[in-house]
Design a binder for this molecule. Structure first.
Ligand code: HAM
Length: 427
């Protein structure tokens, strides 16, 4: 196949063989979100570029080099495929005045786009499930989010392989103070800075702490710590979050170098990390962003949230052997002959009326080969129709997963038999 006809690098098809695990994951998450009272918000995949620049920050990897940005030729506007969901969520909340009667707990899911170098666990189109609680100030919402995520790992069978790292970035004043100290410190050691760090020195010195460059590790280790600048309010908030985690028995470690790659955070930030996926081990991340709503033009409203990488969590589930519950059909409809094919359509609809999942054999073939396909499909029963059955308005039912006689009976009686098996027959 010519390259131009292949999928774009870093953007993946979801194949039917993998779909059941995605569906199981999505269904589990919907259930989990409902149990905490979160409501779905769907926003467009395309937004004005300015939204992400203002929300995420001009001097961040995402805005500097990872956004799919293009000029809409029809009106000359700069557009961007969303690299994350928080900015859009806040934009929509402001635009539709969602906070008019108080805080809102929202969730979203869908594809996000970042022009990163693709590798295992890092894609250019990837999927997130994210939640945002807008309009809530206290640490109780930070704790709710951490408890929620811990519960989700448990539900997905992943508790043993995901650990929590937390940090506090403090309020604006602590960060400004820390920033000045950082700039002074790095300026004093400018000879040891790599190109990336030099570029960030004035624009975003906090991000230098996030460097992966081994040559800069000792410099970064010894840099002034933000934790030392936290004021009493920020410290109290952080202590309350930690106390909430302790009370719930959720283990965590404080990582003073956890600064996150997006500029909107303050106070609590956190990442859930696994060692089982190689370099791309962060499966879920977020924190508080009390200034963003106002920064994007809304009335001041504190907020916090997090987003998880679906591909990474699914890879982890596969790695630890979590499987989707089998989702085979109730009935595989075997039909041989023209009259049988016509009657099978009718029988299929009657069985579906009764709430059964029915897989109709397609593509012809004799009884033997159709029965093989019925067996391989995982269906619980074969309903067999030949021209004989069709002429009599009857079906032959053969259990495929458990022992039992095959029986031939009128279609209506067959439907009643299935209803009875499901405990749905009311006489
Ligand atoms: P983020 O850390 O940029 O935060 O992304 C959240 C998660 O998305 C990551 O932990 C990772 O699992 C997944 N992810 C990110 N980039 C990729 C990629 N290229 N390929 C595969 N997975 C990826 C945010 O996006 C914030 N909006 C989270 C948030 C919500 N903070 C507050 N509310």
């Amino acid at each position: 196949m010519s390259n131009s006809l292949r999928a774009v690098r870093g953007m993946n098809d979801l194949l039917p063989v993998d779909a059941p695990l995605w569906q199981y994951f999505e269904a589990t998450l919907r259930d989990w979100l409902k149990s905490y009272g979160y409501h779905e918000l769907r926003t467009p995949i395309l937004e004005h570029t300015g939204l992400f620049k203002r929300a995420i920050g001009e001097v961040t990897d995402i805005v500097e080099k990872e956004m799919y940005t293009f000029v809409d030729e029809l009106n000359g506007e700069s557009m961007t495929l969303r690299p994350e969901g928080t900015a859009s969520c806040v934009r929509a909340a402001i635009e539709h005045n969602l906070l008019f009667d108080g805080g809102k707990r929202l969730w979203y899911q869908g594809p996000m786009f970042r022009h990163e170098r693709p590798q295992k666990g890092r894609y250019r189109q990837f999927h997130q499930f994210g939640i945002e609680a807008l309009g809530y100030a206290g640490p109780d919402l930070d704790i709710e989010h951490l408890l929620m995520s811990a519960r989700l790992w448990k539900r997905l069978g992943l508790s043993d392989c995901i650990r929590l790292e937390i940090n506090s970035l403090g309020g604006a004043e602590s960060r400004a103070l820390h920033r000045q100290k950082l700039i002074a410190y790095f300026q004093a050691h400018e000879a040891f800075l790599d190109e990336d760090a030099k570029r960030r020195l004035i624009g975003n010195p906090l991000r230098i702490l996030d460097t992966k460059n081994p040559a800069m590790q000792s410099l970064v280790e010894a840099a002034p710590k933000l934790m030392e600048e936290l004021d009493d309010v920020a410290l109290a908030h952080f202590e309350a979050v930690k106390a909430g985690l302790d009370a719930a028995g959720i283990a965590y470690s404080v990582n003073p170098r956890l600064v996150r790659g997006l500029d909107y955070y303050n106070y609590t930030v956190f990442e859930w990390v696994t060692d089982r996926l190689g370099a791309q081990g962060t499966v879920c991340a977020g924190g508080r962003y009390d200034g963003l709503v106002q920064q994007l033009g809304g009335k001041p409203a504190p907020a916090c949230g997090f987003a998880m990488g679906v591909e990474r969590l699914l890879a982890l589930m596969a790695e630890v052997g979590v499987r989707a519950p089998a989702a085979a059909a109730d009935v595989y409809l075997v039909n041989v002959g023209e009259a049988a094919a016509r009657f099978a359509l009718q029988a299929g609809e009657s069985l579906r009326d009764a709430g059964l999942d029915v897989l109709m054999h397609g593509g012809g073939g004799g009884f033997k080969s159709q029965m093989k396909k019925a067996d391989a499909s995982g269906a619980r029963h074969a309903v067999i129709i030949g021209d004989d059955e069709a002429a009599a308005g009857e079906v032959t039912v053969k259990p495929l997963r458990e022992s039992g006689e095959q029986v031939r009976l009128p279609l209506a009686a067959g439907v009643r038999m299935f209803l009875a098996q499901k405990g749905l027959l009311i006489d």
